[in-house]
Design a protein around this ligand. Structure first.
Ligand code: NAD
Length: 368
């Protein structure tokens, strides 16, 4: 039986990377029945709305979606489609694994972190206004509730158990934000004793950024509020090798939407240059979610081998500044074709080589 999946191509590089992901998905022996719906710029042209009702209807019906990035106008214009989708479908848990792949493009080849980000409230609640008519002062409200904090923290501990993780760090700023920060901190402190098998600790957001840059191998999983999770998951993507290889998943009670950490990268739109791996690994996460473990393993392995070979890789894994051993960059579609070609051929019996040893958590694999 085919899985019916809502496919949202999105803006900028979205159509290219979702086409790449679809190609790789179809190289597995799992059948997909894609329902393509538009959100973002194309939807505005077609319907007048960046987020038409048809998108919600399709995701609610199929309960599974693969999404490309969608552009949000900066400093004005319509509200973020991405934030609205999460809030209106109550996709409260944003899970962003940051895995180094074949040690490429990273100073930290052993990176294997998971960021769990609350995705429906916090500073992204959309409660903001100008204080005066002249727009010389403004306020954005940081909405933190005990219910949403308990829900995301419980989700993170449960995921830690399922993923056989041993260590969960709550990140907040409770020293300065005495109400919202303290509320999240208290929720974490009260939940932690229910999971005695997981080492639970806390860091302030500023210290966490420094710790991750210095020694990411000291950390395993992070749970945090919306804005901090948005920022930290770009940081952890950078530690693992860049936005081009960082997938993500959004979970609600019964819905799951898979989207990369990266945005629409407008400067690469239509140029067939973007790295398709993040969106391709979203298909891997989708397959794991529905229990198609072998197909998921095949995709990860095919990505890993393609990156390790460095014969057909996009600019972000090929060029000086990103890698110590530059090669001519390939296109997005060529890299996707190479990964798709490998999917049925990969040998899942042979274990992947261990990541290169990491001195003090960070190797000088790249020139500074
Ligand atoms: P971005 O993630 O689009 O780009 C940041 C940098 O990473 C750029 O240099 C870009 O070229 C590079 N990059 C991103 N994806 C890449 C890929 N697959 N391969 C190679 N390089 C890649 O972030 P931005 O420029 O801050 O945002 C652009 C737009 O995307 C904005 O409108 C923003 O609101 C939107 N956005 C959407 C989402 C989403 O849909 N979930 C997430 C983040 C940003």
């Amino acid at each position: 039986m085919a899985y019916r999946v809502t496919l949202i191509p999105g803006d900028g590089i979205g159509p290219e990377v979702t086409a790449a992901a679809r190609r790789v998905a179809e190289a597995t022996d799992v059948e997909f029945d894609w329902e393509v719906v538009e959100a973002g710029e194309k939807a505005i042209k077609q319907t007048g709305s960046p987020l038409p009702e048809a998108v919600f209807d399709s995701i609610r019906r199929n309960r599974l979606a693969l999404k490309g990035p969608i552009t949000t106008p900066i400093g004005g214009g319509f509200r973020s489609v991405n934030v609205a989708l999460r809030q209106q479908l109550d996709l409260y848990a944003s899970v962003r694994p940051a895995r180094a792949i074949a040690g490429e493009g990273t100073r930290y080849p052993g990176t294997d972190l998971i960021v769990v980000r609350e995705a429906t409230e916090g500073l992204y609640s959309g409660v903001e206004h100008w204080v005066d008519r002249d727009h010389t002062a403004a306020e954005t409200v940081n909405v933190i509730t005990r219910k949403a904090s308990d829900r995301i923290i419980k989700f993170a501990f449960e995921l830690a158990r399922r993923a056989r993780r041993k260590h969960l760090t709550a990140v907040h700023k409770a020293n300065i934000m005495k109400t919202t920060g303290a509320l999240f901190q208290t929720a974490f402190r009260e939940m932690a004793p229910k999971y005695p098998d997981i080492l639970a600790d806390e860091r302030l957001i500023d210290n966490m950024c420094m710790q991750l840059a210095k020694k990411p191998s000291d950390y395993d999983m992070i749970v945090t509020t919306n804005l901090f999770g948005d920022i930290l998951s770009d940081l952890t993507a950078g530690l693992a090798g860049g936005l081009g290889i960082a997938p993500g998943a959004l979970y609600g009670e019964s819905l799951a939407v898979f989207e990369p950490v990266h945005g629409s990268a407008p400067k690469y739109a239509g140029s067939d240059k973007a790295d398709p791996v993040a969106e391709i690994l979203c298909v891997e996460l989708l397959l794991r979610h529905v229990g198609e473990t072998e197909a998921a393993d095949r995709i990860f392995r095919a990505v890993w081998e393609t990156i390790a070979e460095k014969r057909v890789v996009t600019y972000d894994l090929a060029l000086p500044g990103y890698t110590l051993t530059p090669v001519p960059p390939s296109s997005c579609s060529a890299m996707a074709a190479e990964i798709a070609r490998k999917v049925p051929l990969v040998d899942l019996e042979t274990p992947l080589p261990a990541p290169r040893a990491s001195a003090n958590g960070g190797d000088a694999q790249l020139e500074a």
